[in-house]
Design a protein. Sequence first.
Length: 402
Amino acid sequence: MTKYVFLLSLASLLFSCPLLAQEEHHYTEPLEKIGKVSFPITCDQSVQKEFERGLALLHSFWYEEAQKSFKQVLDQDPHCAIAYWGQAMSIYRPLWNRPTASDLQNGRKVIQVAQTIDGNSQRERDYIDALAVFYGDDNRDYQKRSADYCYVMQKLFARYPGDWEAAVFYALSLLGSQPDNDTKLKNPKKAIAILAELFKEEPSHPGVAHYLIHAADNPHLADLGLPAARRYAQIAPASPHALHMPSHIFARLGFWQEDIQSNLASIAATRQSSGMHVGAEHQIHAMEFLEYGYLQIGENNKAKAVVDQLAAIHADDVDPGLDGYLDRMRAHMPAMYALETHQWKEALALQPAAGAEPGSQAITYWARAVAAGHLRDVPAARAAVQQYDAMVGSEVELSLSS
């Protein structure tokens, strides 16, 4: 997520089984308004609903709560191998943040436990073995692991043509393995082709709508994600992330009032999660979009109020592994406000936070360079550009060493 957020920040500134084909799908009623999924498993029948609850949570990136559901399954049925797969998927987190070395180690241990359990179906073993490819004990980088996992998920998708979850997770693997320099959008287009058909069949599946929005989160594809954007918040209104995600499409298409309402609802949901864990990163991300939406309709005072609210959020409120995100937004959001409102002197006076990561500092220096250009302050512009280049270079070095 860190790299994704950095790129998104700069862009915002710049552009002011057994063959299930033979089985019927039997859905339970939506649980806690998080959507509904169907994933037949060979574990004790008593854990079926809780497993599907975990899967629905997983599809809305509610990872901590998904892990709790899968743990509850294992507490009731310790031999439910596919529940270990669910726990390992909750650690993988494609499109959210890249796993650390510790995450990879933990995920590997969990998936290896799943592989030692007998009695599960061939379909379940295939899901487990596919994820084990990602967690292999070797020196592959994240991109290579994701590409290898996508390859085996493509085979699983072909092997079980009637398994909607196979299609959904294959589409997710396409998005998770998209090369950083993919200008032709090959993987998102493949994912959209799969998910758009599924969306017609089951418009209440949280993963289908969610990943369709992610796949279309591009200026060239955004209109293809609009039906899912209109639907996702209705599918899983208990999820802060589900309430926020439609704004990715609304912002792309300039639907500012809908963008604003999505993020106001998301922020409210982070404060009303009925005891379920919600890291502050969800609120911060919604605040970023909310500020930009207000700026686009000239509600500058409201935008400034959103920026000021960042001071009430502390690093400890953010989930582990995403602690740098708060620093990024503390750099990005004031910079965006100053530049969008043409307050060049204020932008030039911005200072990077003490101890902030290079990527966060780069945002501040970039804003200062833009402001100096508008003020025709050549020395200040040159100094800001030099500092920006230095921070970007440091960020690249950190990325390559991680």
